[in-house]
Write a protein that binds this ligand. Structure first.
Ligand code: PHE
Ligand code: NA
Length: 458
């Protein structure tokens, strides 16, 4: 039976670790700080936190539920619950498609991190003046062939792990690496707090200022809350499908969201003090973490070891997220098309490798890079990132929330919410969650989307 072939998490903690591994990734350390920088910090961070608590987290609970109830990946889950001939399947489809799109450029960034790990080990980014270290990123990203090779290397790693079955690999990797990543950030935070620019960094991130907030900023905060929590594309649904019937979904979702948010905020509190201390640009874009971290480490004794550890952890954080992305694309073909895992994983992985090539070339090529910006306002890399996180994830998340809140039977839904969970049985929590999912979530998503396409001024 399909169910038996899919297996379950090995331990109670397995799901939390794997799901946290999926959530915590480049979104926290690379993307959140740079979009916070571009949107001027302050109010953007507040809007993001509101989106996490009132949109992302409620949807995560619903999404994990749908996975556990159906034991399917996204398309199959909707097919099983809503029937064959309905539009609900489309929600699952958007998710699978988003998996292809996101992993294709995610892997390019992870490839940069992989290359930085090697550069660090060779001692090439652990000394020298800030300007040289910052310039290093343009060399790395600007070398198209190199970017493609590192992208392929990272995808090969991801494919190898997912073929072998996720459970063991991911559970063990996450168990060791998550605590290390946290410790690393705590150490970095101590370092950053000694810097001259710490106060300025702090007020940049947490101060109330609206200067750079544009029409698209709210959509970007919303989109990123989906991206960072891995919701709105079926990754959490798929991981939920390996969950035992009596595990506590509510507490796990809360824990994952808190951990993810903590890492994202810590990353900002490390990167912006460095930015201001060394007179760099907070709106540096995708290069932010790659330029700032080597500059900070160059000042420390043992900078080589610091740099190798940091970028290695970044690679691992990216890997546990990439695994969940590839698991979604592959499990569609395994569950719905009857492919074997050893065929589905390399085939979808291969498609993703090809899809990522233009993103890898973006920084170096006229065709996919600067030349295109005039015509459509974004290069390939930015376009993929923009469309997937800002539109596909919220749309699929909208579908998940509508389905979980309006279509599921109340009895079954309540059992899913409360089983094994002291938190889930807290008086009023279930009803509050349901009302938020029924009304607040869809209204917020639709209003923010209308606003972003200029239908009305907010
Ligand atoms: N949550 C991951 C991160 O923040 C990215 C991701 C998105 C993973 C969607 C899976 C699904 O890096
Ligand atoms: Na994240």
């Amino acid at each position: 039976m399909a169910q038996d072939r899919r297996g379950e998490w090995g331990s109670r903690l397995g799901f939390i670790l794997a799901a946290a591994g999926s959530a915590v990734g480049l979104g926290n350390v690379w993307k959140f700080p740079y979009i916070t920088g571009e949107n001027g910090g302050g109010l953007f961070v507040i809007i993001y936190l509101i989106c996490i608590a009132f949109v992302g987290l409620p949807i995560m609970i619903g999404e994990v539920m749908l996975g556990r109830m159906t034991k399917r990946s996204p398309v199959g889950a909707f097919r099983k619950l809503a029937g064959d001939k309905t539009l609900w399947q489309g929600v699952g489809w958007i998710g699978v498609l988003a998996g292809f799109v996101i992993l294709s450029y995610y892997s390019v960034v992870a490839g940069w991190a992989l290359e930085y790990t090697v550069l660090a080990a060779k001692g090439e980014i652990s000394g020298g003046d800030p300007a040289t270290l910052a310039g290093r990123f343009d060399q790395v990203a600007g070398d198209g062939t190199g970017a493609i090779l590192w992208h392929v290397a990272f995808m090969a790693l991801t494919i190898a792990i997912v073929i072998g079955g996720v459970q063991k690999g991911v559970e063990i990797a996450a168990r060791v690496l998550m605590p290390m990543l946290l410790l690393m950030f705590i150490a970095l935070l101590v370092y950053a707090s000694q810097l001259e620019g710490f106060g300025e960094g702090l007020s940049f991130v947490f101060g109330f200022h609206t200067d750079k907030l544009g029409a698209g900023s709210v959509l970007e905060a919303l989109g990123h809350s989906f991206f960072t929590l891995s919701v709105g594309m079926g990754a959490m649904l798929t991981y939920g499908s390996y969950l035992k019937m009596d595990d506590d979904i509510v507490s796990a979702s809360v824990a994952i969201s808190l951990l993810d948010t903590a890492v994202a905020l810590m990353a900002c509190l490390v990167l912006f003090p460095i930015t201001f201390t060394y007179g760099m640009e907070p709106a540096a874009g995708p290069s932010l973490v790659f330029q700032n971290i080597p500059i900070a480490f160059a000042q420390l004794p043992g900078s080589t070891i610091w740099a190798v550890t940091f970028f290695l952890l970044l690679v691992f954080a990216a890997l546990t997220s990439a695994i969940s992305l590839l698991e979604v694309t592959a499990s569609y073909f395994i569950d719905e098309r009857g492919w074997s895992r050893s065929v589905a994983v390399p085939v979808t992985g291969g498609v993703i490798i090809l899809l990522g090539v233009p993103s890898a070339l973006t920084a170096s090529s006229e065709v996919f890079g600067a030349g295109m910006e005039g015509a459509i306002g974004k290069n390939w890399f930015d376009l993929f990132d923009y469309v997937s996180s800002n539109w596909m994830l919220p749309l699929c998340g909208l579908g998940v929330s509508m389905f979980a809140a309006w279509r599921l039977g109340d009895e079954a839904r309540r059992v899913q919410f409360e089983v094994g969970s002291r938190l889930g049985k807290l008086a009023g929590l279930y009803v509050t969650w349901l009302q938020v999912l029924r009304w607040a979530v869809p209204i917020a998503i639709v209003l923010i989307m209308f606003h972003a396409i200029g239908l009305f001024e907010m």
